[in-house]
Each structure stands twice: as structure tokens, then as C-alpha cells.
Design a protein around this ligand. Structure first.
Ligand code: ATP
Ligand code: MG
Length: 196
């Protein structure tokens, strides 16, 4: 089975993440995409938004899609999680799966700096998607990474979790920037300064 991993902080998960996962799934016939929130050390966490809440928002976001799932391993493990360690465990648990890691253009450019990237690049294929602010370019990567990265098209979405957090904090609407079920979760729990 071909499985995409959509990793991120998801603080909160937004339509850029959803569309990136869907375009990657569609372009490479992924049978499932597993959304995996990463753990953030407690001192980095934003006003009251815990790993568990990021996991719950992610679960709301994927609930309507027949091929999308959440993966709680990094949040549950806590501490600093390196993708390379998680992917090694995934391959041990699911030796029959082929894994693809889905990332936006900013992360494609940053790949050379990832922890033990040489090891990680041997274990999976990265699918890179367009994102405003960084040109999606595989040619600029070192040779060993050029072999490990493929690309897919997606409409440019100029939304980030940072923009959403700052809009919410200043009282601007974030409706439609996150999936409806995530919006409801945020309003219900009163996080990001949104008033229920
Ligand atoms: P923050 O502003 O807090 O950094 P973010 O919006 O960048 O949040 P992350 O959780 O950091 O979201 O990103 C997870 C993954 O999703 C990364 O690979 C990132 O490149 C990708 N991604 C996020 N937003 C978009 C977008 N609008 N278009 C394409 N890819 C995106
Ligand atoms: Mg980011």
C-alpha cells in the first residue's frame, strides 16, 4: 500500500494542509494519507493549545475523508521528535507499505537541514507542493535529495497557521481558512482567542 504522511505542527491545521495532502494523494495514487502532528516542547506551545488539542483538531479535519487518518505517535511520545526516528518505526510496524512524506515548498528548500536527512531520504519519497513565498525547486537540492523528491501541483494557498493565529488574536475571522469542523472545534474550546 502507498501511504502518504502529512507531518506538521498543525497549530491549527488549515486548508493549505488539506489541499496539499489531497493533491499529493491524487497525483501519486496514495491509498491513504496519515496526518501526523509533531510534538512541540511545552515552552513553545501557544496560549493553551496542547498537543492533544492539535491532535483533536487534526482528527476533526480528516473525519470526512475516506482515505485520511490521524497518526498520534509523535504527540503521544512527547519530547523532541525527529521524522527519521518516526519513519524508522513506521517501516518496522508496516514493512509492506511504501511511504511518501508530503511537504510544502518551504520545507523542500529546508530539507538539507533536516536531522539525518541522508538516512531519511533512503526510507521514503518526498512529495513537494507549491506554496507562496518559496519557489518549488528540486534542481537546487543536493544530488542525493533530487533522487528522493518528486513534485505535485496545487493551487497556491496563501495561508499559514501563523497568519491564522494572528488573525484570531486580533479578532479577525478565520472561518473557511480551516475546515468547518476545525472551526467549530476552535470556537467550542475558545482557543486562539476566538470567542465562543
Ligand atoms: P506555521 O505558520 O506555524 O509554521 P504552517 O502553516 O507553515 O504553520 P506547518 O504545520 O508548519 O504549517 O506545516 C506543515 C506542512 O504543511 C509543511 O510541509 C508545510 O510546508 C506545509 N504547508 C503549510 N501550509 C501550506 C500551504 N499554504 N501550501 C502548501 N503547503 C503548506
Ligand atoms: Mg511552517
Amino acid at each position: 500500500m502507498k501511504v502518504g504522511i502529512m507531518g506538521g505542527t498543525f497549530d491549527p491545521i488549515h486548508i493549505g494542509h488539506m489541499l496539499a495532502a489531497e493533491c499529493a494523494r491524487d497525483a501519486y495514487d496514495l491509498e491513504e494519507v496519515w496526518f501526523m502532528p509533531s510534538h512541540i516542547p511545552p515552552h513553545k506551545e501557544d496560549a493553551g493549545v496542547t498537543g492533544l488539542m492539535r491532535l483533536e483538531m487534526t482528527a476533526e479535519a480528516v473525519a470526512d475523508h475516506p482515505s485520511f487518518r490521524t497518526l498520534d505517535w509523535e504527540v503521544k511520545r512527547g519530547g523532541v521528535s525527529y521524522t527519521v526516528d518516526t519513519v524508522r518505526e513506521l517501516r518496522e510496524a508496516y514493512p509492506e507499505h511504501d511511504f511518501y512524506f508530503i511537504i510544502g515548498a518551504d520545507m523542500v528548500a529546508y530539507l538539507p537541514k533536516w536531522n539525518r536527512i541522508g538516512e531519511l531520504a533512503e526510507m521514503l519519497t518526498f512529495i513537494g507542493l507549491n506554496r507562496p513565498g518559496t519557489k518549488l525547486s528540486v534542481d537546487d537540492l543536493p544530488d542525493f535529495l533530487q533522487k528522493a523528491v518528486v513534485t505535485a501541483e496545487m493551487p497556491l494557498i496563501e495561508i499559514s497557521s501563523t497568519i491564522i493565529r494572528s488573525r484570531a488574536a486580533s479578532g479577525s475571522s478565520i472561518r473557511y481558512m480551516v475546515p468547518d469542523r476545525v472551526y467549530d472545534y476552535i470556537v467550542r474550546s475558545g482557543i486562539y482567542g476566538i470567542q465562543p
